[in-house]
Write a new protein. Structure first.
Length: 126
């Protein structure tokens, strides 16, 4: 794994990812300068000091499908049990930018895109 790991702490979001079937860890970055450009990325993720490395779909930027939402940094950890991660330290390593942030015409179209993003992460990261 090459590149730079970015650290953040899991903070409360609005819970929308969970309602869409893609729970995310919303992150407050420790070093905002290290923030990658807006987009959706395949990434490696680890939780805590001795955490196992997991695959993730990382979203950075605004959420134009839902008007009024502030820009976020959030990661959906693939094949990971949905549990409370608030306050935990997370490290992520973006590997490949999958797509730009875009506005979808419906919630269903967004969900289809999220499924596609996760399949791309699986293909890229094994």
């Amino acid at each position: 794994m090459r590149g730079s790991w970015v650290a953040g702490t899991v903070v409360r979001g609005d819970g929308r990812g969970r309602t869409l079937g893609f729970p995310t860890a919303n992150l407050e970055l420790e070093d905002a300068v290290a923030r990658p450009a807006d987009g959706v990325y395949a990434c490696w993720v680890t939780l805590g000091a001795a955490g196992e490395v997991q695959r993730g779909a990382l979203h950075i930027g605004p959420r134009p499908t839902f008007l009024g939402g502030a820009a976020t940094v959030e990661v959906h950890i693939l094949d990971f049990p949905d549990r409370d991660l608030y306050g935990e330290r997370v490290l992520f390593l973006p590997v490949e930018r999958l797509r730009e942030v875009k506005k979808f015409p419906s919630q269903e179209a967004l969900i289809a895109a999220l499924h596609n993003d996760c399949e791309k992460v699986r293909a890229r990261l094994g």
